[in-house]
Design a protein around this ligand. Structure first.
Ligand code: NAP
Length: 290
């Protein structure tokens, strides 16, 4: 099976490397030469456009940023649809709105391309160690064909439902992780302002009902003041915006998500968009005094 990968940033680069390490023939394309370089050094073939990747592959993955980027990669000039050979399966693993995924999938279908939406959870660490959780929407036969490739990138790939269903699961994931980051940041700020060591609080709580991977991993990074991305605050803002737009469309009350969306808006507005979302702690501290 010939495989293509488009979008080689924090997540895409290690995911593509894991496919290559699995012995698959891999062709890659990224906008910037420096994004492509590590894959070419590792033995992947380089292409000049997304269309060229699609022309030579049976399955093409993308891991870009937002819906407009997926639309451009899939359907724009020099995009996947332009070069696609018959029977191509296109798997977008970026986090975008469910409605956008559904619409791109329908337009690709008209051009003979089967699309799966397959966003992930697990962050940069999961991408590096092949431990991602993959949530998939789309055709069951296409899912079965792509499963061996999902197995290179993740420990679990679940077919949730039809087109867009993977993105619905990912939006649920972002509610939990976004609210979780805000909760840990609030707890640590509370401890700090009370004159108590937040590290000791974390240590104690990890043994109780409040245990979570967010408290463990993101909490440690907050204590280390390690705000290097990871998962950029502007990306989490994008994801909470997806959640809030769906809430509006569906007439849903999501009060915790709304507060979390405001937090990420304020981080981006304060110039913290390129920092990791755990830098939320800094913002809360700056609004709470010494
Ligand atoms: P990133 O480091 O900014 O990488 C995104 C890559 O996409 C960049 O390398 C960029 O290419 C490429 N790109 C963006 N728009 C493009 C376009 N229109 N055409 C071609 N290439 C384009 O971001 P990331 O952290 O890897 O995140 C990627 C996706 O995964 C996002 O949807 C994010 O929400 C999701 N995600 C991220 C994490 C995480 O922890 N980071 C976890 C789960 C899901 P160039 O390098 O050529 O500019």
């Amino acid at each position: 099976m010939k495989v293509g990968f488009i979008g080689l940033g924090i997540m895409g680069r290690p995911m593509a490397l894991n496919i290559l390490k699995g012995g698959f023939e891999l062709t890659v394309w990224a906008r910037r030469a420096e994004s492509m370089a590590p894959l070419l050094e590792a033995g992947a073939k380089g292409a000049a456009s997304a269309a060229e990747v699609a022309a030579g592959c049976d399955v093409v993955f993308s891991m870009v940023a937002d819906a407009a980027d997926v639309e451009q990669v899939a359907l724009g000039a020099g995009g996947v649809a332009e070069g696609a050979r018959a029977g191509l399966i296109y798997v977008d693993m970026s986090t975008i709105a469910p409605a956008a995924a559904e619409s791109i999938s329908a337009r690709l279908k008209d051009k003979g391309v089967t699309m799966l939406d397959a966003p992930v959870s697990g962050g940069e660490v999961g991408a590096i160690n092949g431990g991602l959780t993959i949530m998939v929407g789309g055709d069951a036969d296409a899912f079965a064909k792509v499963e061996p490739l999902f197995a290179r990138m993740g420990k679990a790939a679940t077919l949730i439902g039809g087109p867009g269903a993977g993105q619905v699961a990912k939006a649920c994931n972002q509610i939990l992780t976004g609210v979780g980051v805000l909760a840990v940041a609030e707890a640590f700020n509370f401890a700090r302002k009370s004159g108590v060591d937040a590290g000791k609080v974390r240590e104690a709580l990890l043994g109780g009902f409040a245990y979570s991977r967010i408290l463990e991993n993101h909490g440690q990074r907050m204590l280390d003041r390690n705000f290097k991305p990871g998962f950029k605050a502007w990306m989490h803002q994008k994801d909470m915006n997806i959640v809030m737009q769906e809430a509006h469309r569906l007439g849903l009350m999501l009060p915790s998500s709304a507060a979390t969306a405001q937090l990420f808006n304020a981080m981006v507005g304060s110039g913290m968009g390129e920092e990791d979302s755990v830098a939320a702690l800094k913002l809360l501290e700056s609004l709470s005094g010494e």
